[in-house]
Design a protein around this ligand. Structure first.
Ligand code: ADP
Ligand code: MG
Length: 699
């Protein structure tokens, strides 16, 4: 007989019960979702200890009969129950209780209780133990009791029942025949159904340490299946893409790309030439390109993007270039206009959501095909933007776009390209760019589907930046250094942090710093640049700095990706501890662009957190963007690294990319063979493990 109303009251006809809604919220919708919701830990309720042997400090289960039950009014009202078995007796103490509970714990009742034994003033006792009213015949559970991750709205007991039921119903049969499993799965792993039954309800004496560190074969089975699902999902996306037709984009001899190269004020580096060739080779194929161009800050990715655009345009198609922020998009727009308009290419700007006649006209010129290149933010892929012949999409800093935007881009690409001949749909090519190289394990998993080109060389004439880390108590020394730089005709950036939640605080901070520096250097032009300024003022400040009249520019991080002033030789970053490593690296990339030796000063306000220390040390120790990315990953873990992608819930739940690399390797080898052997089983496997997340992984 239960001691309280059964927690698993069925849903009311009017709608879902609270716990039911809580299940939905946790994403526990299908039986298989529940079956894959694994315990955090276990409680051993399989044994009963004689009360006489229940030592203080131990958490045990005992069973006995209530000898006495009364409410005592001590410092506070409490229910005190004396429980006895054949050899001993102790007290159960309840500081909160309901009348119904008091009734359930009446004299003569047999109770099974579990809790920590304390050595109280009046002998041993348990405070608020878990209580079950039983009779002589109530069997002890034969397995450990799972404790699941849950929320306040979802009682543990309800969840246990739900999982146990789902575990029976869920379709967990093996999807591949025994022989295939023996060939492709790591040896010694149990069938899935068995593995899950074990993990939810391990027998007494199960090796808890192996369950805890997930090295048990049952765990390894889950991890392998999960990694396999992820690999299959990527592989299927790649094959789907390979089956699509794309326009063949090839520039004519003497065409736009060659004319662009001839007009540039510099020659390409060998690395730029190599990646430009790799991209051109992809564009000339009738399958959609899916390539990542990676290269450190300042390595010159923009001109490579411009060349790719020139190929598409020369072949008679349109190109779209999208960047995650307006500032960055604006910088690209400026460069591309400067490079391509003299060659007769019409370039259009699309950003923000402002409607109006100008935008309507622009959209019309895009739809008619007159505009050959569209540059902007994600506004470029809004549904009212229709291209006449989109042949190539370029996405800068692609990892900074959210999942929703990536899916929108995918949809846009799916319906952007018109048929060249009736009945045939052509998918545009896709080029992504990033200054943050993808770590190797991620490259093998989430980006397995991506071809990668790397610019591993900076343009000539750059001098390495020396980085110094100071506490902000040395501000006056830093200002003296600024005076010195300016006296030598050089320029200086002073960057103030941006805390997204409180833009006005940042603004005040930047304004105060500006006033302080202006007062300290009355003869010097000190400017201010922040995100809230009207566009015209921003442009005016920027052009004074670019033109060299303004010596010191105080800015919020708007300059992160915005400017290219070779004469700037000193960068001061205030509250450097608040910036991410990738961001600091981007900022530092603004100096060291000319022939003068440059310095980056990172000012911090003590005390530094552990990770803050690690970040600043990494900055001081290396200027190599790849090494920075590697350390960033080590400090933050892959989850954070993936940033927005994580919100698609796409990350692995069971496997750990670092710890389970051997399993990952094996899954990677098995995936193509399994997909070839039985595509339907492969699809069922992906569906079982990823469900809707399959789509996110494709984006
Ligand atoms: P990122 O890879 O960080 O996007 P950019 O494309 O902004 O780098 O290039 C950084 C700067 O280097 C720009 O001013 C660009 O015009 C210049 N640049 C690019 N390629 C070369 C080159 N081969 N020689 C000299 N300067 C170059
Ligand atoms: Mg760039």
């Amino acid at each position: 007989m239960p001691d309280r109303a059964p927690p698993d009251t069925p849903p009311t006809p009017r709608g879902k019960s609270g716990p039911q809604r809580a299940l939905d919220k946790l994403g526990l919708v299908r039986d298989v979702d529940l079956a894959l919701h694994l315990p955090l830990r276990y409680e051993d309720e399989t044994r009963v200890v004689p009360i006489a042997q229940a030592r203080p400090g131990a958490t045990v289960q005992v069973e006995g009969v209530v000898r006495d039950s009364r409410v005592e009014a001590r410092a506070r009202r409490q229910l005190v129950v004396r429980l006895a078995d054949a050899g001993g007796e102790f007290v159960l103490r309840f500081l909160h209780f309901y009348p119904a509970q008091q009734k359930a714990l009446a004299v003569g009742r047999r109770l099974r209780v579990r809790g920590e034994v304390r050595g109280g003033l009046f002998g041993r006792e348990m405070v608020h133990p878990t209580v079950r009213v039983v009779d002589d015949e109530t069997p002890l559970p034969s397995a450990l009791t799972p404790v699941y991750p849950t929320t306040a709205a979802l009682p543990q007991a309800y969840l246990r029942k739900a999982v146990a039921g789902a575990l029976h119903r869920a379709p967990l049969d093996e999807l591949w025949p025994e022989a295939t499993r023996r060939a492709e799965w790591p040896p010694g792993l149990p069938p899935l159904r068995e593995a899950l039954a074990f993990l939810h309800h391990p027998p007494p004496g199960a090796p808890l340490a192996q369950l805890d560190d997930r090295s048990h074969p049952a765990w390894r089975r889950l991890k392998f299946d999960e990694l396999l699902a992820q690999q299959l999902s990527q592989l299927m996306a790649r094959r789907e893409r390979a089956a699509l037709a794309a326009p063949v984009l090839r520039a004519a001899p003497g065409g736009l790309p060659e004319r662009l190269l001839a007009a540039l004020p510099f020659a390409l580096t060998a690395a730029q030439r190599r990646v430009a060739d790799e991209i051109a080779a992809d564009l000339a194929r009738a399958q959609p390109m899916h390539r990542l161009l990676q290269g450190d800050v300042g390595s010159g990715k923009t001109v490579v993007a411009a060349l790719a655009a020139a190929v598409a345009i020369d072949a008679g198609w349109q190109c779209a270039l999208m960047a995650p922020t307006e500032i960055l998009a604006e910088q690209h727009f400026g460069k591309l206009v400067q490079w391509l308009e003299p060659l007769g290419v019409e370039v259009a700007w699309l950003a923000g959501s402002r409607r109006g006649r100008a935008r309507q006209e622009r959209l019309a010129r895009i739809a008619s095909g007159q505009v050959r290149l569209v540059v902007g933010t994600h506004a470029v892929i809004q549904h009212d933007v229709a291209f006449a012949r989109l042949g190539l999409a370029i996405v800068d800093e692609q990892h900074r776009f959210g999942v929703a935007q990536r899916l929108a881009l995918r949809r846009k690409l799916d319906d952007a390209a018109p048929a060249d001949t009736p009945g045939e749909r052509l998918e545009p090519h896709l080029l992504m760019m990033s200054a943050t190289p993808i770590p190797r394990t991620l490259a093998m998993t989430y980006y397995a589907d991506l071809a990668v080109s790397t610019i591993d060389e900076l343009p000539p004439g750059r001098t390495p930046v020396v980085t110094k880390v100071f506490a902000d108590t040395r501000r006056d020394d830093v200002i003296a250094r600024i005076r010195d730089e300016v006296a030598h005709g050089r320029q200086v950036y002073w960057v103030c942090p941006l805390v997204e939640e409180s833009e006005h605080v940042d603004l005040r901070h930047a304004t105060e710093t500006h006033a302080q520096l202006a007062a300290a250097m009355p003869a010097v032009m000190v400017g201010l640049l922040h995100g809230r300024m009207p566009a015209a003022e921003k442009a005016a400040a920027m052009s004074l700095f670019t033109g060299g009249q303004m010596a010191v520019l105080v800015a919020t991080t708007v300059i992160e990706v915005g400017v290219d002033v070779p004469n700037a030789s000193l960068m001061v970053v205030e509250h450097a501890e608040r910036f991410g490593l990738a961001q600091l690296h981007q900022l530092r990339g603004r100096v060291g662009r000319g022939a003068v030796a440059s310095v980056c000063v990172l000012l911090y306000t003590p005390p530094l957190s552990q990770t803050g220390k690690q970040r600043l040390r990494a900055m001081a120790e290396t200027t190599d963007g790849f090494e920075i990315a590697r350390r960033d990953l080590a400090i933050r873990g892959p989850g954070e690294f993936m940033g927005a992608r994580q919100s698609g819930d796409a990350l692995l739940r069971f496997a750990d990319l670092a710890a389970d690399e051997p399993l990952l390797q094996q899954a990677r080898r098995a995936a193509p063979r399994l997909l070839d052997a039985d595509p339907a089983a492969a699809r069922a496997h992906v569906q079982r493990w990823l469900g809707a997340r399959h789509d996110y992984l494709k984006a």
